[in-house]
Design a binder for this molecule. Structure first.
Ligand code: GUN
Ligand code: ZN
Length: 435
């Protein structure tokens, strides 16, 4: 299959080296067997590789790697846009009751299908996904992700205290069920496993210890959790773990930091926390729409990146307000403005594609339009609404064009999504029904 159109990819961080932005007006991407075989100028495809290829000419649409979402809760799509609370009340009032429904395998399956339909309709092809505490919720998710051959990281939440009984496990069952899910799903097809303790307040020391044990038993699985999102939460952690220097230090004490560890939010951090994260290679996921919506605070991205911590972006739906990477990039820009700098669109698109893939240690497989990479590719209509068309008529540079998209575009811009070389979404087929 040969895709032609404008192409955009990044060979590295554009903030470090501006020449890492690879944009081609008349670009081409040759795909075979789920992988990219070749990319370059349209018309210059090597004949031996492109012979007999089916051609899809996307004209002036933009072809780029699929978006990567570093933090999202699939069971929370039913509680997105819930009014009027901050984190701890939001969990009690809206989130735990909805998550309790995922003990039902059928509900979990239907929601996993809807979630993945919505993800690809938004151009997201890889995500680090929280399921619920129920084994069934993770089984349902991995089964659906496998059926679509998606590169997904996911895990069953571990939560054995400070939550209603119907969303709790125990230190032992959390460990046993996580272990059996890892053995079944990690590395099966394109699935990867993330050990998922919800956050320190909902795990006993015994359960956190079990998480550390799992991380030492399975060296290439991920760990995902939340850290220092909300002031009251930080205070609560101080009371629950008086021996820890800080919230993040609780995780350090249980062997839960490291290059496969992904922590959402990381808002209320001090210098020692940043130094500890940088030293251990621990990753932070900036969840800007969620941090605004739940009123948690402002993630100081420039300062955190400068301290040597790898960062990526996450939607954090249902705390976050959109599955669209455009919405996430826009909110990240708005927060950057509050923090005294302006996030460039090159940086934002890089973070949403190959930068995010690097933070997930997947930078050699996804996130770039390069030979050998997995063919998770999206096609964006750069003129998807009247106001974007008007703005694009005045765009004078690639930066201007990308910035207009990041501020104004949404799922209407996603014309096509390919997962491992298969067309899984086309704007024209858009009919997604609720669960
Ligand atoms: N902290 C613990 N659980 C959650 C959750 O589900 N969403 C968010 N935003 N923060 C959390
Ligand atoms: Zn979250």
């Amino acid at each position: 299959m040969l895709l032609t159109g404008r192409t955009l990819s990044f060979s590295g961080d554009p903030a470090v080296d501006a020449s890492s932005v690879k944009y081609t007006e008349n670009g081409a991407v040759l795909v075979s067997d789920g992988h990219i075989l070749w990319t370059g100028q349209a018309g210059e495809e090597p004949a031996d590789l492109s012979d007999g290829a089916e051609c899809h000419d996307y004209g002036d649409n933009l072809i780029l790697p699929g978006f990567v979402d570093g933090h999202v809760h699939y069971p929370q799509i039913g509680v997105i846009a819930s009014f009027g609370t901050q984190l701890l009340d939001w969990l009690e009032i809206y989130t735990f009751p909805e998550e309790a429904r995922f003990a039902d395998r059928d509900y979990a399956e239907r929601t996993a299908k809807l979630f993945l339909d919505l993800l690809v309709a938004n151009g997201t092809t890889t995500a680090a996904v929280y399921c619920t505490v129920h084994l069934e919720s993770a089984e349902a998710f991995f089964a659906e992700s496998s059926a679509r051959n998606m590169r997904m990281i996911a895990g069953k939440i571990l939560m054995d205290r400070n939550a209603p009984q119907n969303v709790r496990d125990t230190a032992q069952s959390g460990y046993d069920n996580t272990k059996s899910l890892i053995e079944k799903w990690h590395g099966r097809g394109r699935n990867l496993y993330g050990v998922t303790p919800r956050f320190a307040p909902t795990s006993t020391p015994a359960q956190l210890e079990a998480c550390g044990t799992l991380m030492s038993e399975f060296e290439d699985v991920y760990l995902q959790s939340h850290v220092s999102e909300n002031i009251e939460e930080v205070q609560w952690v101080k009371e629950l773990f008086p021996g820890a220097r800080s919230y993040q230090d609780v995780y350090a004490q249980y062997g839960m930091l490291g290059s496969r560890a992904l922590y959402g939010h990381a808002i209320h951090m001090d210098e020692a926390d940043l130094a500890q994260a940088a030293e251990t290679g621990t990753k932070f996921v900036h969840c800007p729409t969620s941090n605004l919506f739940i009123g948690s605070g402002l993630f100081r991205m420039a300062e955190i990146c400068a301290s040597g911590v790898d960062v990526m972006l996450g939607s954090d739906v249902g705390g976050g307000t959109s599955l669209s990477s455009f919405a996430t990039m826009k909110a990240a820009y708005e927060i950057s403005q509050f923090c005294g700098y302006s996030l460039t669109p090159e940086e934002a698109f890089w973070l949403s594609t190959s930068g995010g893939a690097e933070t997930l240690s997947l930078g050699d497989r996804i996130g770039k339009l390069e030979a050998g990479f997995e063919a998770d590719i999206i096609v964006l209509d750069l003129y998807s609404t009247p106001i974007i068309r008007q703005r694009m008529n005045q765009a004078k540079s690639l930066r201007d064009m990308l910035f207009a998209q990041m501020i104004l575009a949404d799922d209407r811009a996603v014309r096509a999504t390919y997962v491992a070389g298969n067309l899984v979404h086309r704007a024209a087929d858009m009919e997604i029904r609720s669960v």
